[in-house]
Design a binder for this molecule. Structure first.
Ligand code: 5AD
Ligand code: FES
Length: 357
């Protein structure tokens, strides 16, 4: 039994589909998380990198059935921060020593929105130069747009595939959302020279352990640098989450599944960056710390102006709604020290993986 954990830990990409599935269902969760943590400690150190997350707008052209800010959700108060506000938060992030910034918003692709992001990127670069890593999480765009943003100073991009199963993807999205397009976008991003991150949600309705094993194989096949994964959490104002009964028992199980995905991904890929998604914390106060101890090495503290946070709810139970960025910073420092990890202050925190390419 133990040998499968050892095999996984000793060599990257050593697991077959069946073995990935077997590890995902590994009876001794503690041993699984421990083995993944050892690989993390060896490959990236017992350290965490921070990305200051700016959720700069919740207007979205997409209509994903699971997402709280989907365009058909009439209950959402829509907003977009102006450039000066984003700049302020970027500057705060830089001065706080987070080393890296993520700009995320609903998906918009009209020229004005594309040019807006381009302008913001240039202004951030004027303040922080190359010392601040800049990651975008702005959905599906044309290769031309990706190129413009890359030239304006972004160097990493997060675009979750959500699930590696095209059939499941189809069930979670309206007919005009395409899995193939999304995969094409990931490849376009690579061509444009980004460090590329992707990820999935764990615990989607209809998703099997086999699907999750395939997700990890997808990460390997696309040779991504960063993984951001989180448990799926029903949002009551969405088609997928409406009327879903959700108990503390469900939350516990979903959290564990999210942690298992992190652990097995670490055991298979070894040297990538893996984020402990905020969705983990929505299910458990210490969800993100548990993520670190299961093999994650990145946390994305929210640095968005407190008054806006409630309007950016992708799932139910989003944490830290009443905290401002400096409260979160102190709170996180304490949590991370308690987990026995150190913080990689001022480091851009690029994954070791890219050095291999
Ligand atoms: N539960 C968990 N994660 C969600 N996301 C969107 N809606 C939910 C939800 N209900 C995730 C998607 C998306 C990322 C920005 O947020 O994976 O890519
Ligand atoms: Fe936000 Fe603790 S991380 S208050």
């Amino acid at each position: 039994m133990e040998t499968l954990l050892q095999k996984a830990a000793s060599k990257p990409l050593a697991l077959t589909h069946r073995e990935l599935a077997e590890l995902l269902a590994w009876p001794d969760a503690k041993a699984l998380f421990g083995a993944a943590y050892e690989v993390k400690a060896r490959e990236v150190g017992r350290t965490v990198s921070f990305r200051g997350l700016v959720e700069f707008g919740n207007i979205c052209r997409k209509d994903c059935y699971y997402c709280g800010i989907r365009r058909s959700n009439g209950k959402v108060r829509r907003y977009r921060l102006d450039a000066d506000e984003i700049l302020r938060e970027a500057e705060w992030t830089f001065k706080a020593g987070y080393g890296s910034l993520v700009l995320q918003s609903g998906e918009l692709a009209d020229e004005a929105s594309v040019a807006f992001v381009e302008d913001v990127l240039r202004r951030i670069h004027a303040i922080a130069g190359d010392e601040l890593g800049v990651t975008l999480s702005l959905g599906e765009q044309t290769e031309e747009t990706y190129r413009r943003w890359r030239e304006a100073g972004a160097h990493r991009y997060l675009l979750r595939i959500e699930t590696s199963s095209p059939a499941l993807y189809e069930k979670l999205h309206p007919a005009d959302h395409s899995w193939e397009t999304r995969r094409e976008c990931l490849r376009a991003l690579r061509r444009c020279g980004y460090l590329v991150g992707t990820g999935v949600m764990a615990g989607l309705p209809g998703q099997t352990i086999d699907d999750l094993a395939s997700d990890i194989e997808f990460f390997a096949a696309e040779d991504v640098d960063m993984i951001g994964m989180g448990p799926y959490i029903p949002h009551p104002d969405t088609p997928l989450g409406k009327g879903v009964r959700w108990t503390p028992e469900d939350a516990k199980k979903r959290l564990e599944l999210g942690l298992r995905m992190i652990a097995v991904t670490r055991l298979h890929l070894h040297d990538v960056n893996i984020a402990a998604a905020t969705a983990l914390q929505a299910l458990d106060h210490e969800g993100r710390e548990k993520g670190l101890l299961a093999g994650a090495n990145v946390i994305m503290p929210n640095v968005t102006e407190k008054s806006r946070r409630a309007d950016y709810q992708l799932y139910a139970g989003k944490p830290c709604l009443d905290e401002n960025a400096s409260v979160c910073r102190t709170c996180l420092e304490r949590r991370i020290a308690a987990a026995g990890e150190t913080i990689n202050w001022n480091g851009r925190g690029d994954p070791p993986h890219k050095r291999l390419r």
